[in-house]
Design a protein around this ligand. Structure first.
Ligand code: AMP
Length: 220
């Protein structure tokens, strides 16, 4: 199973991505976590992205693209799928990841969109700030990240809808309720019970599917 997860900041995408990845036995690729790890270790890459991250801005495409390409190649080498969490965040990144994934036969089967309204997202992020002390979880930075989400990331969702692989799920409620909702949709019995890799990885330029064709019976 290969999944792209898109959600506004504060929607709990990290938690859901980790659970989905564990459920399907695939690699969880979280760009925010990978970047934060560089910042914490004080690597040259970490020093280069720190200011943008603290300000709630996007870090340069090239940096994130290289991180994702390397992780995706790792998933391919390990013979597993992935849950891509935090990438793509722009239409340009969506095109880039599709090209990279297509080159190695690892294009996404589905894009999961978690829907949470802004006030709920802000409330959750402020609660998280108290626990995790993330420098980008202050209210002005949170508002800026939400604005950025609506302006540049939300259109990516429409792109996946046009490709016919969008699965949109209500992200409100407890983490367990959201996980149950998500897994139910990802294991939708109405979808084919047999995984047909050639069908799943056909290029987006072909006619979009009416219903996502997906993963029941697919291990990757
Ligand atoms: P997240 O943990 O996904 O909320 O990401 C935290 C921060 O990492 C973001 O606010 C950005 O500064 C940076 N980041 C993560 N993913 C990306 C991406 N796809 N493109 C650019 N910046 C990113």
């Amino acid at each position: 199973m290969r999944l792209v997860l898109i959600a506004p900041p504060g929607a709990g995408k990290g938690t859901q991505a980790a659970r989905i990845a564990a459920h399907f036995g695939v690699l969880h690729i979280a760009t925010g976590n990978l970047l934060r790890s560089h910042v914490q270790r004080g690597t040259p890459l970490g020093r280069a992205v720190r200011a943008s991250m603290d300000a709630g801005a996007l870090v340069p495409d090239r940096i994130v693209r290289d991180i994702v390409s390397e992780a995706m190649a790792g998933a391919k080498a390990a013979g597993v799928g992935y849950v891509l969490d935090g990438y793509p965040r722009t239409r340009a990144q969506a095109r880039a990841v599709h090209r990279t994934a297509a080159r190695i036969g690892m294009t996404a089967h589905a894009a999961l969109h978690l829907r949470v309204d802004d006030e709920e997202a802000v409330r959750r992020m402020l609660a998280r700030a108290a626990d995790e002390h993330r420098p980008d979880d202050t209210e002005p930075v949170i508002r800026r990240r939400l604005k950025l989400y609506h302006e540049v990331t939300r259109p990516v969702v429409d792109g996946y809808a046009a490709r016919g692989i969008l699965v949109s799920v209500d992200g409100t409620g407890t983490a367990d309720q959201v996980t149950a909702r998500v897994l139910e949709r990802l294991e939708e019995p109405a979808w084919p019970a047999i995984c047909i890799p050639a069908l799943l990885s056909r290029p987006a330029t072909l006619e979009p599917r009416a219903t996502p064709v997906l993963m029941t019976g697919c291990s990757t």
